[in-house]
Design a protein around this ligand. Structure first.
Ligand SMILES: [Zn+2]
Ligand SMILES: [Zn+2]
Length: 156
């Protein structure tokens, strides 16, 4: 997953290219990703190389209610400027690698984690876990839950 951008060094300012990067399955350290589709617009600027990345992916995460692992479809849209070594002023600036290869794994991992919402639900009506026995209430109703017929009786 390396994007070779070495040929951009000799291109004029304003030169840009669109690159399609798709992956069926990725393991970015601890982050498991399926169906990643991305479009990268790489542009030579006076400062260095600008990458504008957009796309979608299914990212493995866990439900905040029932704690089950599931794949959450996400969309992402970000840009990152890699500066020529002579241009960098601050330590946080990203520098274009000497060999012209940008590691996309690091880039995708960082931005996919940022794209994950705080409230992650396996489905919008996830019933969560029983607070007494910890049973997953999406699979079964345990003895600590009111049965649907009880609810009907209460309302009636
Ligand atoms: Zn859930
Ligand atoms: Zn229970």
């Amino acid at each position: 997953m390396r994007l070779n951008v070495g040929y951009f060094y000799s291109k004029p300012i304003g030169y840009s290219r669109e690159i399609q990067e798709d992956y069926d399955h990725l393991e970015l350290d601890d982050l498991v990703v399926n169906n990643l589709k991305s479009t990268i617009i790489a542009s030579r600027t006076s400062e260095g190389l600008l990458l504008q990345v957009s796309g979608s992916a299914d990212v493995e995460t866990n439900c905040v209610r029932c704690l089950t692992d599931f794949f959450l479809p996400l969309e992402f849209d970000f840009e990152e400027l890699y500066q020529f070594p002579s241009r960098t002023r601050e330590e946080t600036d990203l520098v274009l690698p000497q060999d012209g290869n940008i590691d996309l794994r690091l880039l995708f991992r960082e931005y996919l984690i940022l794209a994950l919402p705080i409230k992650r639900l396996c489905k919008t009506d996830c019933k969560g876990l029983c607070v007494v026995c910890g049973a997953n209430l999406n699979d079964a109703i345990c003895e600590h839950q009111s049965s649907p017929s009880d609810l009907v009786n209460l309302e009636g």
